[in-house]
Design a protein around this ligand. Structure first.
Ligand code: NAP
Length: 279
């Protein structure tokens, strides 16, 4: 029997907290504001930005989308991030990906004031996270931990395997799991015998971007699997990296896609914006 580890109820609870806090902040004269900087015409990116803007509107967080267009230069993007960082009316800043080909995400994100870096994009934030210092974690990584906690999955001493080592998901998830005393293994495209490594996980987090990468042969019986992958399907839907039909019945719990990590990520972005507005 595989439990469906939904993120929807958790996300609704976080959004309710955000709405109450946003109303208080607005009444005190500081409406919380999130700025999303976009420099792409990518359709899945605009879908994601629209979903952030919708969730923000529903919770009373002001969301400004700053669209510089796909031909924006790295200097232009950096200057805009610096201006938003100086603007006292802006509390949270997100640098949306993808970026123009000549732009390096981590390099540009360094221009985001760490106090407003609500998606943990500035390399300083990841460094502080790795050092165990207070910092905003990338919202997706924080969402993975929040989901595990919400569903009561024990982490101390557990073997957690993370597949994917990006700076936005894999690496910060690994640091957060380490902070919670899990024994952590990180896998990537050069990992040998992936199924053998993932098959030894009590908790498996998959953040790759390849539909169907993880099947029954990659998971131990009774493992908990968090599927971070979001892969668009030709019919306009979304699938994860885990073949849910294949692992179902073997693992103890699996997050659905959509409805697992995604809604919690969006809710936590707004929650981190509230924290930034309060500080
Ligand atoms: P990314 O930057 O492309 O990183 C993908 C990682 O997967 C890399 O570390 C890569 O290894 C590894 N990889 C690729 N092929 C592999 C294979 N065959 N076996 C093992 N590892 C492999 O992607 P990302 O930004 O981390 O995103 C990962 C997925 O999460 C995507 O589907 C994305 O859409 C999704 N996502 C979801 C949310 C959400 O809120 N739900 C948020 C962000 C991202 P190398 O380092 O060796 O190349």
């Amino acid at each position: 029997m595989t439990a469906r580890l939904s993120g929807r109820e958790l996300a609704a609870g976080i959004r309710a907290e955000v709405a109450a806090a946003a109303a208080e902040l607005a009444a005190a004269g500081t409406p919380p504001r999130l700025a999303v900087l976009v420099a792409t015409a990518d359709e899945s990116s605009s879908w994601y930005v629209r979903s952030i803007a919708r969730a923000a509107a529903e919770t009373g967080v002001v969301c400004s989308v700053v669209d510089l267009g796909e031909s924006a230069t790295p200097d232009r993007i950096r200057a805009e991030l610096a201006a938003l960082s100086r603007d006292p009316a802006v509390h949270g800043i997100i640098l949306q990906t993808p970026l123009p080909a000549d732009a390096v995400f981590e390099d540009l994100a360094a221009a985001i004031d760490p106090a407003k870096d609500v998606d943990g994009a500035n390399p300083l934030s990841l460094g502080r996270l790795a050092a165990g210092l207070p910092a905003f974690a990338p919202a997706t990584a924080a969402a993975v931990l929040a989901l595990l906690d919400h569903h009561g999955i024990p982490l101390s001493g557990a073997h957690a395997v993370v597949v994917g080592r990006s700076t936005v998901v894999g690496k910060p998830v690994a640091h957060l799991l380490l902070q919670r005393d899990a024994t952590v293994t990180v896998c990537h495209s050069r990992t040998k015998e992936l199924a053998e490594v993932t098959g030894s996980a009590d908790v498996l987090v998959v953040a790759v971007g390849r539909p169907g990468l993880v099947t029954a042969e990659h998971v131990a019986e009774g493992a908990v699997v968090i599927d971070v992958g979001t892969n668009p399907t030709p019919d306009g839907g979304l699938v994860g990296d885990v073949d849910a039909g294949s692992v179902s019945g073997r693992v103890a719990g699996l997050t659905p896609v959509p409805g697992g990590v995604g809604p919690v990520t969006t809710a936590l972005l707004l929650h981190q914006t509230i924290q930034a507005a309060r500080s």
